[in-house]
Design a binder for this molecule. Structure first.
Ligand SMILES: *[C@@H]1O[C@H](CO)[C@@H](O)[C@H](O)[C@H]1NC(C)=O
Ligand SMILES: *[C@@H]1O[C@H](CO)[C@@H](O)[C@H](O)[C@H]1NC(C)=O
Ligand SMILES: *[C@@H]1O[C@H](CO)[C@@H](O)[C@H](O)[C@H]1NC(C)=O
Ligand SMILES: *[C@@H]1O[C@H](CO)[C@@H](O)[C@H](O)[C@H]1NC(C)=O
Length: 219
């Protein structure tokens, strides 16, 4: 009798755990948003040693949470981290990008790609974003969306081609600890509101006309 019970349990318990392992964490809306985001860019060949096309192996009907560069919340399955640094992505970041459907993103890294055009305001709708990196792209405008992103603690937009002025009132970015916008061509002066953000410290500033500023996280 005991043996029968155990063998039943063996079959039942094992098949149960197989089911658990096979369960796909990926949510269909997140998967589709990622696949469409992938198609917003073309993949440029690059001689950069560290670069490879992370998105190329993204395939429908596989678990998007296991895709290269994608991390999901283990409980809910929403995408929380997208790291597409050095992925040879070429094209503009669209204001209607399906990236905006990844509403739970906390960390976004699009650094070291070939993104061009403006950084759309709509990125400001990603309410949970706390880390954002887009350095070494060719983004050329910088809009007010930043001010809406009050949860941001880390911004790296260095080595782009931003030419506009920084917004005059940046006090909404009260949690900012790291703000790196070096090697751009910002015009105007550094807004005094930036000095007021308690978690930031200044590392280096130069000309008021051509700002090259680096602000490092307070130790
Ligand atoms: C992925 O596959 C599903 C199921 O076949 C389909 O409904 C969905 O539209 C596909 N997504 C994309 C982006 O092709
Ligand atoms: C998004 O905007 C681009 C132009 O920037 C346009 O070609 C495309 O059709 C738009 N997509 C949607 C889904 O609205
Ligand atoms: C900031 O957020 C508000 C409300 O969510 C929205 O109406 C406004 O257009 C946003 N502004 C920018 C510049 O993104
Ligand atoms: C700056 O913006 C904050 C909210 O983001 C507001 O409370 C404050 O009054 C503004 N300060 C100035 C000088 O406009």
């Amino acid at each position: 009798m005991i043996t029968i019970k155990w063998s039943l349990c063996l079959i039942f318990c094992i098949s149960n755990s197989v089911l658990v392992i096979a369960k796909d964490l990926c949510l269909p809306d997140q998967r589709d948003a990622l696949l469409e985001f992938k198609n917003e860019f073309y993949v440029q060949s690059s001689y950069e040693m560290m670069s490879y096309a992370k998105t190329e192996k993204w395939r429908n009907k596989t678990d998007c949470c296991s895709w290269d560069g994608v991390s999901c919340d283990p409980k809910t399955g929403v995408v929380v981290d997208l790291n597409l640094e050095f992925s040879n992505l070429n094209g503009p970041l669209r204001s209607n990008s399906t990236l905006l459907r990844l509403q739970h993103l906390q960390s976004l890294d699009l650094g070291n790609n070939y993104l061009s055009g403006i950084l759309p305001d709509s990125i400001g709708n990603l309410k949970y974003l706390s880390d954002s990196m887009g350095n070494l792209n060719r983004l050329t405008d910088f809009q007010l969306m930043l001010l809406n992103m009050s949860s941001l603690t880390y911004i790296n937009l260095g080595f782009n081609q931003f030419r506009v002025m920084l917004p005059s009132n940046m006090s909404s970015l009260s949690k900012l600890r790291f703000f790196y916008i070096r090697e751009n061509s910002f015009s105007g002066t550094i807004p005094s509101s930036l000095f007021m953000i308690p978690s930031l410290t200044w590392e280096q500033t130069t000309s008021a006309v051509l700002l090259r500023l680096v602000i490092y996280e307070k130790k």
